[in-house]
Design a protein. Structure first.
Length: 262
C-alpha cells in the first residue's frame, strides 16, 4: 500500500469521525428576557447559565455544562429586555437528546434605579434558579432557549428599606412557542401585560414607553390578556380568547386605556 493510498484513507476516516461528531451535538443559545416592574432600571449581575442533557437512550451523556456570560461587565439592565429585546447569556454545543435542566447563575452586584435613586438588591440565598425542562435537542441544529425573568414578582420588600431579589423564572424554546404582540395607548404609560390560562398567569411583559409596543413571548394556546396600568388614573382592560401558535405572532393591534372617572 503506497503513501498516497494511506493518506487518502486517513483523510476519509477523519472526515467520517468529524461528521459523526457533528451529528451527535447541537448548538444552544440561551437568551434572557424580562417582564419589568415599577422601576426605571433593574441591574442584575448575570454570570452565565448551566445546562444538563440526557441522551436518547436515557443515560447521562455528560455532566452539566456551564456557558459563561462573555461580556466584560456582567451587569444587565433586565428592565430593558422587553418587546423584541433580549440578552445572550451564553451559547455552546451540547450532546443531542433532551435538555432536562437549566440554571441561571447570578452574582451579588444587583440594584434598582427608581426616580433617580439607587437601591441595592439582596439576592435571596435560598432562591432556586434552576428550571426543569424536557426540550429535545436534535443533532446539527441551532436551538434558541429563553429565560423569562419576571422582575415584577421577583423583587420583594425586605427589612427596613431593603429590597430582596427572589427571582421568578420561566424557560421556553422558540421552536414550540409563539408571541402575542400589540400596542398600548396613550404613549408613555407603563403597564404590565399578563397572558392568563384559566386562573394561572403563564407569562407577562411590559410596555416600551417610546413606542407603546409590547410582546408576550413563549406562549402557545388560548389566553386571556389582562392589562394592568401602573398609573392609577387609568382603568385596566382585558382581551379574551387570544390564540397563540408556535413560531407565529398574534397581533392585537393598538389597545387604548380608558381614564378613570373622578
Amino acid at each position: 500500500m503506497n503513501k498516497l493510498t494511506l493518506l487518502l484513507i486517513s483523510v476519509l476516516l477523519f472526515s467520517s469521525c468529524t461528521d459523526a461528531s457533528e451529528r451527535s451535538t447541537g448548538l444552544v443559545n440561551v437568551f434572557l428576557i424580562d417582564a419589568p416592574g415599577d422601576f426605571d432600571q433593574v441591574w442584575v449581575e448575570v454570570l452565565g447559565v448551566e445546562l444538563k442533557t440526557i441522551g436518547t437512550r436515557g443515560q447521562d451523556n455528560a455532566d452539566a455544562k456551564f456557558f459563561p456570560n462573555d461580556q466584560l461587565i456582567k451587569r444587565v439592565n433586565v428592565a430593558a429586555l422587553i418587546n423584541t429585546n433580549s440578552f445572550l447569556i451564553g451559547r455552546g454545543e451540547l450532546s443531542s437528546g433532551s435538555i432536562v435542566e437549566m440554571e441561571l447563575k447570578l452574582g451579588t452586584d444587583n440594584y434598582v434605579i427608581r426616580d433617580g435613586e439607587r437601591t441595592n438588591l439582596v439576592l435571596d440565598e435560598g432562591a432556586d434558579l434552576s428550571l426543569l425542562l424536557n426540550t429535545a435537542l436534535d443533532p446539527g441544529i441551532s436551538l434558541d432557549m429563553f429565560i423569562d425573568f419576571d422582575i415584577y414578582r421577583s423583587i420583594i420588600q425586605g427589612e427596613g428599606n431593603s429590597l430582596v431579589l427572589r427571582p421568578r423564572l420561566r424557560a421556553f424554546s422558540s421552536l414550540n412557542t409563539g408571541n402575542i404582540a400589540g400596542g398600548l395607548r396613550p404613549l408613555g404609560e407603563k403597564a404590565i401585560i399578563y397572558a392568563i390560562q384559566n386562573r394561572d398567569t403563564i407569562a407577562s411583559t411590559g410596555v416600551d414607553e417610546g413606542t407603546g409596543n409590547f410582546r408576550i413571548r413563549g406562549v402557545n394556546g388560548n389566553y386571556r390578556i389582562t392589562i394592568q396600568p401602573l398609573n392609577a388614573d387609568f382603568l385596566g382592560d382585558t382581551v379574551n380568547n387570544v390564540n397563540a401558535a408556535p413560531r407565529q405572532t398574534t397581533e392585537l393591534g393598538n389597545l387604548t386605556l380608558r381614564p378613570r372617572e373622578n
